[in-house]
Design a protein around this ligand. Structure first.
Ligand code: ATP
Length: 280
């Protein structure tokens, strides 16, 4: 039966402002997000019989209904009501629970792939609505552009064009619980939120918006995050910060060579995950 193989890219946060705690326990955020070409590979195959199989085979990622990609497939198969099923294979390249949005990206990719395979012709807006029921970052990956994300992440607006840059991603592999990070965050007065620039001409312009409120929780608990930032800056990054709720740190570089040199220094005797990618 019909089959598709698609890339599910990771994201980084150039900015993450936590605006307020909401009565429902979530937080209103203001984020600037950009995709990078470190990708999971997702193969979706329709089957003539109903049922969904998801296999990943990566430690910490559930096979079957616990996988967010399974939930995405279920949502579209239910909508299609064609009596068919799906087999989904995920080749995981994006570190798990790392602040890089891997699960959300897998889910968005399955929504878009199934939309095509099933001939549903659902609009981007509709896929984003379905995505939001799966996870706050899923709509961003359906949007497929650098974005300003507000609310819990569902109010998306395109960012002005940004120059392409090289990104070094380094994950020290410490376990950071997203729920713990938000629970521990001390919210200070958020009235005077800095205005974001309207033009991004250079890598410095991108770095000028760098800020992540969640570092105030993660850095004291995991000083290795600050250590990686310092090493990246020393090795020539134009800017470096933690992505999402961490622990992955990313640095922006003008060229591939300098990103690779910094990667060599950071991985020399640490065993940390590191990848050089481009913004997309
Ligand atoms: P975010 O930046 O959106 O917080 P993240 O990078 O911190 O994402 P994910 O890698 O998306 O976190 O995974 C979070 C949890 O979701 C994992 O602990 C894992 O058990 C579960 N999970 C379910 N499906 C997937 C998937 N397809 N890929 C990765 N994790 C998944």
């Amino acid at each position: 039966m019909k089959s598709l193989t698609l890339q599910a890219p990771a994201k980084v946060n150039y900015r993450l402002d936590v605006i307020r705690r909401r009565p429902d326990g979530y937080h209103d955020l203001r984020m600037v997000m950009q995709r990078v070409n470190l990708c999971d590979m997702i193969t979706i195959t329709l089957t003539e019989t109903p049922g969904i199989t998801v296999t990943c085979g990566k430690n910490g990622v559930p096979d079957g209904p616990g996988n967010i990609a399974w939930k995405a497939a279920k949502a579209l198969l239910d909508l299609a009501d064609q009596g068919v099923g799906a087999v989904i294979d995920i080749a995981k390249n994006i570190p798990v629970a790392a602040g890089l949005g891997g699960g959300s990206s897998d889910a968005a990719t399955v929504l878009m792939g199934m939309n095509e395979l099933l001939g549903l012709q659902l609009s981007e807006q509709r896929l984003m609505e379905i995505g939001l029921t799966l996870g706050a970052d899923v709509p961003f990956f359906v949007f497929q552009k650098p974005a300003l994300a507000e609310g819990v992440g569902e109010q998306l607006a395109p960012m002005p064009a940004m120059p392409p840059v090289w990104v070094l991603l380094v994950n020290p592999g410490v376990h950071v619980s997203t729920a713990w990070v938000y629970r521990s965050l001390q919210l200070t007065n958020r009235d005077g939120l800095a205005k974001l620039p309207e033009l991004f001409r250079s890598i410095e312009d991108i770095c000028s918006i760098f800020s992540n409120d969640l570092e105030s929780v993660t850095i004291p608990a995991f000083p290795v995050i600050a250590e990686i930032k310092e090493i990246m800056l020393r090795e020539g990054a134009a800017g470096a910060m933690m992505s999402g709720s961490g622990p992955t740190v990313f640095g922006l570089f003008r060229d591939r060579e300098s990103a690779e040199r910094a990667r060599a220094v950071l991985t020399a005797d640490t065993g940390w995950f590191a990848a050089v990618a481009e913004t997309i």
